[in-house]
Design a protein. Structure first.
Lengths: 765, 162
């Protein structure tokens, strides 16, 4: 078994245990395999310490075959960030992008640029890489100046070949110039993570001359993904690896009473049970053997009782009732956080011409990766190598060190691509599971969760409840606005396995629900506040546009109600309360692309026996400075309650776009995923555990339900506007858009997601 | 290495080659392909025949390998994503997916391509509705559906409509 054919290696560089950086040809797979095998075999102590961000070699390596490797602590689990960051580097380096490869995430060879979440990669890591690459280009010019014995100003560069101006024969490639040496050049860096400043003195290229940034370069990872040559973490096999499976408690907080191992030894390849307090797992030589063993102990889709499997659990029923979850959320202890307070809302509500009131309820939802979480961990002799696709590799290294009680400088995380996670799903938890099992058996252990482990145990997006009140005066203007949110945490970073081994607080923290909202509306009297809570019911963590998907739904559906009930066009109504030019611009751009005709929402109940009715809806968001306006047409079938989204128009302003097609891919994904979350998705649970443990229990959007078209227009896509993130903002408006369109079509207000047919039908009746 | 896993090896034909698998006959084909043969095209997604990530083609039909016992695959002709082409020489459908940039994370895509491949072998010029119907059992969480549909249309029609 020798299949450590790592993406790391294929991309051109591997740091061997002696600290020597060996560059080899990207185009010679035999070299790569040989180097990988050697590296894997000869790694008694993992490279524990990330490189110094102030050194050029931390960011770039130039190889003799004139390829370049860019190193980044950022990772790409399907967003296209790898290619976009490569574009930024290639641009400043004047280097062909197809010869520039990217190594992501591996903690011994990349700088910690912060986790890859929150639409923060292009925005924060982009400038860091841009500066490092510009410093690299300057360093290469200095080398060339020495080589040709001319001033750097007499040199020009094209595609990684530096020439003396006016003497084309005198030219040299970056590869020849560097001649296999490490770029040990001080470029300077200060600060940490997102706020790190790199190579502040670097002379940047004039954006007006960009030739790579702003073009739809084809994504680097896609061809290999189409031909099964890409190594997902799930595909990785390391020498001596065992397969592990977890056996989770029946009830979330249950105690493990006993484990009957009868029959396990008869399973071909079975190795052993790993039991530590309430943590239970099995390891086997084969994946099938591990699955069989876990099943005997009780890891099945629909467990019948705490004692139905050979592992017996105490009867634990500590979860609140799902039917009353929003009451539970309201009653949970927390801290009030003021978002906006002006004037006197109560006084205005008493005297205003027209007042409004509504409550919005949204359920627990899940990330729902198609690939269940997986990690391979190799713990031996007080050192640990983690193979993982986590979105936060540098953090995971420290967390795992703490969990295992091993110094961080003896822990390395080698990063591999993972299926889309859309936030913090089970990937970090699978590391902990594999680490505990590997520590117990002294061999590398690969843990992949079963589908029911993922659905049942991945951290969820929290259930949220929001109350809104408002008033409109006789001139049709909003004069009072109250928005109270009860937000359980989306930042619980504790680990499932840590809790199960009886050390719930050894790593991570619970966090508090932060008010994920930006108020751009100009209302004279406001009372916007968040009741910030810790954990309520289920373990939660950030899920694409954490809480802002929900707060945008409430805010934009409520303002739509005010427009409709006062007979005003929903676009005009929004515009007259806004003075943010970028918000106004996206709303107008979406309206133009859609062909918006001014009229108030129709909001009529369909006559009995009516066929499908069409309506239109709009909403917008400011998500971490990116502005997105969405307009959609939906049809509602009054007889079935079925909603179908037909046409979607999106105006998107995240400033300068690095890769237009890549961003479109992300926006389309946001739209489809958020339609799914709006129409279908709700985690169900009983008093013991999550009961929506597969795709039937937790359905997501299918091909038959996708819109006919998603049309996208970019706004402010010019260098004057620095790049913000595009990974998640377009998720936010969708629930409000659909809710508003359903009102336009059939005159009912949907104030609770998901908008499943039975709920729509009940409201029509 | 460990003791033999079955005692009665099973022979299957994968991408044109006979392969002898040492695994229990009641184990699922997916694990034989991934773990015994080291293939990566078929993915574990659910193990419940609900998501399609494990799809392979057996005798011309798209099949979920996660619930197909190895014994049932004995002697059958199995095609995986690897059987359609390589990065250097992608198959027509793979090339269409590359041209349309029809992936985000790409974990579901092997199943998408194999399902679409089986469709096109049986119905070389499907309508958009037929494509959607054929792919309705394949789940994509990233929301790449529009591009996947366009990629299949591109392969079917020679050129994709944008």
């Amino acid at each position: 078994m020798n299949e450590i054919s790592s993406t790391l290696g294929r991309r051109g560089l591997f740091k061997l245990s002696g600290g020597l950086v060996v560059a080899f040809s990207l185009f010679n797979p035999a070299d790569v395999l040989a180097a990988n095998a050697k590296a894997a075999a000869g790694r008694p102590i993992p490279g524990g310490v990330p490189p110094d961000a102030g050194e050029l070699s931390a960011w770039l390596a130039v190889h003799p075959d004139n390829t370049v490797t860019l190193y980044t602590g950022k990772v790409d689990v399907g967003t296209g960030a790898e290619t976009a960051l490569a574009q930024i580097a290639a641009e400043e380096l004047y280097f062909p992008i197809d010869r520039l490869n990217v190594v992501m995430g591996t903690t011994s060879v990349t700088v910690n640029q912060g986790p890859s979440y929150g639409s923060r990669t292009i925005r924060y890591a982009g400038p860091q890489i841009r500066h490092a690459a510009a410093a690299g280009k300057a360093a290469l010019f200095e080398l060339a100046a020495k080589h040709f014995k001319v001033a750097a100003g007499e040199l020009s560069v094209e595609n990684g070949i530096i020439s003396v101006k006016g003497a084309r024969a005198r030219s040299i490639s970056y590869g020849k110039l560097v001649d296999g040496k490490k770029l040990n050049i001080e470029i300077g860096a200060s600060g940490k993570s997102f706020d790190m400043v790199v190579a502040p003195q670097a002379q940047l290229k004039d954006p007006a001359t960009y030739t790579v940034v702003g073009t739809s370069v084809k994504r680097k990872d896609i061809p290999a993904k189409m031909t099964a040559e890409y190594t997902y973490i799930q595909d990785l096999k390391v020498p001596g690896m065992l397969h592990g499976r977890v056996v989770r408690p029946y009830g979330v907080g249950a105690t493990l009473l006993s484990v009957d191992e009868t029959g396990l030894k008869e399973i071909p390849g079975f190795v052993q049970v790993v039991r530590r307090d309430n943590f239970l797992g099995v390891v086997a030589e084969t994946e099938w053997g591990a699955i069989q063993a876990a099943q005997m102990l009780g890891s099945v889709l629909a467990p019948q009782s705490p004692t139905a499997g050979q592992a017996k659990w105490s009867d634990w029923n500590g979860l609140p009732e799902q039917d009353k979850i929003w009451d539970t959320v309201r009653a949970a202890p927390g801290q009030d956080v003021e978002v906006s307070r002006n004037g006197d809302v109560d006084a205005v509500l008493k005297t205003a011409a027209k007042t409004f009131k509504a409550t919005f309820q949204t359920p627990f939802q899940m990330h729902g990766s198609i690939g269940p979480s997986c990690a391979v961990v190799d713990v031996k002799d007080d050192r640990c190598i983690i193979y993982s696709g986590t979105q936060m590799p540098h953090e995971a290294r420290h967390v795992t060190a703490k969990l295992l009680g091993i110094p961080a400088d003896r822990v390395e995380l080698i990063w591999y691509g993972a299926p889309g996670a859309y936030g913090r799903n089970g990937l970090d938890h699978a590391i902990a599971d594999a680490a505990i099992m590997s520590q117990a058996v002294g061999r590398p252990v690969r843990v992949q969760w079963m589908r029911w482990d993922e659905h049942g145990w991945e951290p969820k997006g929290p259930a949220i409840v929001q109350d809104l009140e408002g008033a409109v005066d006789a001139d049709g203007k909003v004069v009072a606005w109250r928005h109270h949110m009860w937000l359980p945490t989306s930042m619980d970073t504790r680990l499932i396995a840590a809790a199960l081994i009886g050390k719930p607080d050894v790593v991570g923290s619970v966090g508090m629900g932060t008010p994920a909202i930006t108020y751009a509306y100009q209302f004279p009297n406001t009372d916007v506040a968040d009741h910030a809570e810790g954990k309520v019911a289920l373990l939660t963590a950030w899920l694409r546009s954490p809480a802002q998907f929900e707060t945008t739904y409430a805010m934009e559906a409520f303002i739509d109600e005010m427009a409709a009930e006062t007979g005003q066009d929903p676009l005009d109504f929004r515009l007259k309360h806004l003075n943010d030019p970028r918000a106004i611009a996206v709303l107008q751009a979406a309206a133009k692309l859609y062909g918006w005709e001014k009229r108030p929402a129709r909001g009529q109940r369909p006559p009995a026996g009516s066929g499908p009715v069409t309506g239109r809806g709009m909403a917008w968001v400011n998500r971490d400075d990116a502005r997105v306006a969405t307009i959609a047409d939906v049809t509602v079938d009054p007889s079935s309650g079925q909603i179908q989204v037909k046409r979607v128009v999106v105006a998107h302003d995240c400033g300068l776009v690095i890769n237009p097609d890549g961003l479109k891919n992300q926006i389309e994904g946001n739209i489809i995923q958020s339609i799914s979350r709006t129409l279908h998705e709700e985690v169900t649970f009983d008093r013991a555990h999550v009961t929506s443990r597969d795709w039937f229990g937790y359905p997501i959007l299918r091909f038959s339900e996708v819109p006919d078209s998603i049309e996208i227009v970019f706004v402010n896509n010019t260098p004057e506007y620095p790049s913000y993130g595009g990974g998640e903002p377009a998720t936010c408006p969708t629930a409000a858009v659909i809710s508003n369109a359903v009102f336009d079509a059939i005159g009912v207000r949907l104030r609770q997601t998901p908008f499943r047919p039975e709920r729509v039908k009940a409201l029509i009746a | 290495m460990a003791q033999p896993m079955s005692g009665k090896p099973v022979t299957i034909n994968v991408n044109g080659h006979d392969r002898v698998i040492d695994a229990p006959p009641d184990s699922m084909l997916l694990y034989a392909l991934r773990d015994n043969l080291g293939l990566r095209g078929p993915k574990f997604g659910c193990g419940l025949s609900e998501c399609g990530a494990c799809t392979v083609i057996i005798n011309g039909n798209a099949v979920h390998s996660c619930i197909t016992p190895l014994s049932m695959a004995e002697g059958q002709k199995i095609v995986t994503l690897e059987g359609l082409g390589t990065k250097e020489h992608p198959g027509k459908l793979q090339q269409a997916f590359i041209d349309e940039q029809a992936a985000q994370c790409g974990y579901c895509i092997g199943g998408m391509i194999m399902t679409a491949q089986a469709l096109l072998e049986q119905n070389p010029h499907p309508t958009r509705d037929e494509i959607k119907q054929a792919l309705d059992g394949n789940l994509c969480r990233c929301g790449t559906h529009m591009r996947i549909i366009r990629a299949v249309e591109r392969a079917a029609n020679g050129a994709g409509e944008k």
